[in-house]
Ligand binder design. Structure first.
Ligand code: AHR
Length: 495
């Protein structure tokens, strides 16, 4: 049993569509095989980019895609990936299995891919092994709308018009694979690099590297130095944390306790958001800098038989529950979280899409992104949930997990509500009360549910799909029964 109150007159903030962002890295089969097959491939493609993947992604509506890494970004030199493809250098991908990177997929190909799927590109600069000049020139190559040598190169590469890239990351995980900096040293580097991320007439969005997980010390030390030494520094718009969750077991083989454990670990994102935003508020009381989580998701042992550094994993209903509950957290904190990028779009970690040669499937996580898309650009409204909880076993004892979570957003007279029931076997009856004089005129819902290990395979790509959920709702309060292990999306027309 759970009691939910939603107040459609109590606005949190507009849900930035970028909360539904993705991340694609030169890692395993994400780019090569997943997106890029080349013009001469027998797999149907447009300019080398898979048609099936583009069509599937368009339905999931990714608003922004981060690229080229990840750890790969701080060893990537953008000039390797422009100009005639046959002349591009081959480099060793030092982070991801030392495979040879052909650079066939570079800036032009990535931006084209983004435009095909309807997303904004988010480029991550190289702070760890690159130079300020390199990043400054990458921005000019992409965005300068005049007669410079770099703009001319861009035109010769196929884009006379600027690529108009707004989002620029100043390094990735610079506490680790991006150069092993201390927060203070990274702060100095950030300021130097960000100074040269110029808009050429366009307002850019510069993103600083935030903590590993909820490492508050990184945040405090970074902002303390930024504010003390560079108190007037303005070229910072976002601050990006990374958070991954996993359990023992594998992506598809887990116990009921591990089902609960993973969902509970995913829910720790709430603590990260609450504590990180509080730490940021101390240095940025006017809240000009947005909190971003530009890598997050589930991280399981790789699928047996696949290369260990390719991070290829299957994706079940358990991952879908983590995706849904995490997106609900971001929606509820829409006044601070301005972007989030699930890792990663295709064939890596908590993927939306898996491919194998010419086959493709949308994972339960991808299906959640499709179901949640109506939240994008809606106004998050205050929602409180009082739910029963479940005790589950972990290695050194017991923990408990609140069974129902969710969020709500308003667009005109349409109230969109998403809810999860984490109970592995039992329905949960939910009582929903609308405050502020709101009343439901018409309701419809769809649900993603099944046995807790369900997933799609290349043999059965539609084994798990959302289906409509019968519900009747009118007036200011109503009941709905959430099936076990489920994600529900409800559209309520208000009178
Ligand atoms: O997403 C995989 C890797 O995880 C990224 O390259 C890195 O930033 C993080 O540690």
């Amino acid at each position: 049993m759970a009691r939910i109150t939603i107040n459609p007159t109590d606005f949190v903030s507009t849900i930035n569509p970028n909360i539904y962002g993705h991340f694609t890295e030169h890692l395993g089969w994400c780019v090569y095989g997943g997106i890029w097959v080349g013009e001469n491939s027998s797999i149907p493609n447009t300019d080398g980019i898979r048609d099936d993947v583009v069509a599937a992604l368009r339905k999931l509506k990714p608003p922004v895609i981060r690229w080229p890494g990840g750890c790969f970004a701080d060893d990537y030199h953008w000039e390797d990936g422009v100009g005639p493809r046959a002349e591009r250098p081959r480099r060793v991908n030092i982070h991801w299995g030392e495979v040879v990177e052909p650079n066939s997929f570079g800036t032009q190909e990535f931006v084209r891919f983004c435009r095909m799927v309807g997303a904004e590109p988010y480029l991550v600069g190289n702070v760890g092994s690159g130079t300020v000049r390199e990043l400054r020139e990458w921005v000019e190559y992409c965005n300068f709308d005049g007669d410079s040598t770099l703009a001319e190169r861009r035109a010769a590469d196929g884009s006379p018009a600027p690529l108009d890239v707004t989002y620029w990351g100043i390094g990735n995980e610079n506490w680790g694979c991006g150069g092993s900096f201390s927060p203070e040293d990274y702060c100095t580097e950030f300021r130097r690099y960000a100074t040269y991320v110029r808009g050429f007439g366009k307002q850019l969005f510069a993103i600083a590297c935030g903590p590993s997980g909820n490492d508050i010390e990184w945040t405090i030390r970074f902002f303390r130095k930024l504010r003390r030494d560079y108190w007037d520094f303005r070229n910072i718009h976002g601050f990006a944390a990374h958070y991954y969750s996993g359990t023992a077991g594998t992506a598809t083989t887990y116990t009921v306790d591990q089902w609960y454990e993973l969902i509970a670990k995913g829910l720790r994102m709430e603590q990260l958001v609450v504590q990180q935003r509080a730490a940021m508020d101390a240095y940025d009381p006017e809240r000009k800098i947005g909190l971003i989580v530009d890598e997050w998701g589930t991280w399981h042992p790789v699928e047996p038989g696949t290369p260990p550094r390719f991070l290829y994993q299957q994706n079940t209903l358990r991952d879908a529950l983590v995706a849904a509950t995490t997106l609900d957290i971001f929606n509820r904190h829409a006044d601070k979280v301005v972007m989030a990028n699930i890792a990663q779009t295709i064939n890596v970690l908590q993927a939306m899409i898996l491919t194998h040669e010419d086959q493709m499937l949308v994972t339960p996580t991808g299906l959640v992104y499709g179901m949640y898309a109506p939240h994008q650009g809606g106004t998050a409204v205050r929602t409180t949930i009082d739910s029963a909880s479940m005790v589950y076993k972990v290695r050194d004892g017991e923990e408990d997990l609140s069974l129902v979570s969710g969020s709500a957003s308003l667009k005109g007279s349409r109230l969109f509500v998403t809810l999860t029931n984490s109970h592995a076997e039992d329905d949960v009856e939910v009582n929903i009360a609308l405050l502020g004089g709101a009343s439901v005129r018409e309701a419809q819902a769809e649900v993603l549910t099944g046995e807790i290990h369900m997933h799609n395979t290349f043999e059965m790509p539609n084994a798990i799909q959302p289906r409509s959920l019968a519900m009747t709702a009118t007036g200011a309060s109503f009941k709905v029964t959430l099936p076990p292990a489920s994600v529900t999306a409800m559209t309520l027309r208000l009178s």
